[in-house]
Design a protein around this ligand. Structure first.
Ligand code: TXA
Ligand code: MG
Length: 330
């Protein structure tokens, strides 16, 4: 892999034009989005897409999301239907990814969809991501900017921790304020199915679509090939739904909880799931750095954004496995 002296640059005019130039030259850039930081590359270039897989050490069977500036740009890549139009109208720009049939004339690299005949598309709302998309004039493939299987980055310094030396440039755009990834919704079947719970809740989607299913792990067709059980994983083991904390454990708590200390973080004292989502990955990183034997995690209500938070926590707590490549995904 090529070595770079990775630079973090501010998202002013110079930063934006350097990022756009690098992307047009086929290089990769760490880019803020409203959900998490992305590792962006030209989605129409096989070489750039291959570099994303290499830099992340991501298994090739796990397809990437393509980011575009608006629904019109998305429609050049994929075939919309009435449901997609209604969803784009309601939730774009924002944390919703739609899986739709690839257009035969789509300029997107075949590598992004890992052999599937569908493409995941999303229109981010973060102003820096939008400005870069406009300046580069390209659809951008952008998985989360972490090494495969690790905790997703919500701050430019996290991207540096994960990818320093592997990419030339990280654009700094503050903390990602949603904090969990976009909701991935499959629209290729007769029933819309959530493949990954995320920033747009099932309740929000139901309000627009009527019914929405949550794709079960037992689905005969592996529709979201990259969703492996272990993911978002800190090095420290997690213990979920903890009602107590052992003397040598760190604690990730939620809601009114008077316990304080260096080894304690509260996702949201007021019990607000949006605040908890925004804090989740940064607090997991902070507690992981303490190198204690474990992290106890208090229960979090499993509704609204809590569903996405619990999904990430379950995968962060899942037993690690070691398949042929590197073990995990995304
Ligand atoms: O919020 C987000 O979505 C972030 C930011 C950077 O935009 N991106 C992100 O990308 O989370 P990534 O690559 O880490 O996750 C993409 C997810 C994976 O679970 C992948 O399997 C699924 O989307 N996916 C991508 N293309 C797909 C396709 N054609 N069919 C089914 N699932 C797909
Ligand atoms: Mg990821």
């Amino acid at each position: 892999m090529q070595h770079f002296d990775t630079e973090i640059v501010g998202a002013g005019g110079t930063g934006i034009s350097r990022a756009a130039e690098a992307l047009r030259a086929g290089q990769l850039v760490g880019l803020p989005t409203e959900t998490v930081y992305g590792l962006a590359g030209d989605a129409t270039s096989d070489a750039a897409v291959a570099a994303i897989f290499a830099v992340k050490e991501r298994p090739r069977f796990n397809p990437l999301i393509v980011h575009v500036v608006d629904a019109t740009a998305a429609e050049r890549l994929v075939q919309f239907d009435l449901r997609a139009e209604a969803l784009a109208e309601s939730f774009w720009p924002g944390p919703l990814t739609l899986i739709l049939p690839r257009r035969p004339e789509s300029p997107a690299s075949l590598l992004i969809s890992a052999g599937l005949d569908t493409i995941a598309v999303r229109v981010p709302s973060h102003p820096v991501a939008r400005t870069v998309l406009e300046a580069a004039g390209l659809p951008l493939a952008a998985p989360s900017a972490n090494r495969s299987g690790a905790v997703s980055p919500t701050d430019p310094r996290h991207v540096y921790e994960e990818l320093a030396g592997r990419i030339p440039l990280i654009l700094a755009g503050g903390r990602a304020d949603v904090g969990v990834e976009s909701t991935v919704l499959d629209l290729t079947g007769s029933e819309p199915a959530i493949l990954r719970p995320g920033g747009v809740t099932a309740e929000d989607l139901t309000a627009v679509l009527g019914t929405v299913g949550l794709a079960a792990g037992s689905d005969a067709r592996p529709r979201s090939p990259g969703r492996l059980p272990s993911h978002y994983a800190p090095a420290t083991p997690l213990r979920l739904d903890a009602r107590d904390v052992a003397p040598n454990e760190a604690l990730l708590t939620f809601g009114p909880d008077l316990r304080k200390g260096d080894h304690i973080r509260n996702l949201s004292e007021k019990g607000d799931p949006a605040e908890a989502a925004a804090n989740l990955f940064a607090m997991l990183r902070e507690l992981d750095r303490l190198n204690l034997p474990g992290i106890a995690v208090a229960p979090i209500p499993d509704t609204g954004l809590g569903v996405a938070i619990n999904d990430r926590l379950r995968r962060a707590a899942a037993p690690r496995h070691s398949p042929p490549t590197d073990g995990t995904a995304g």
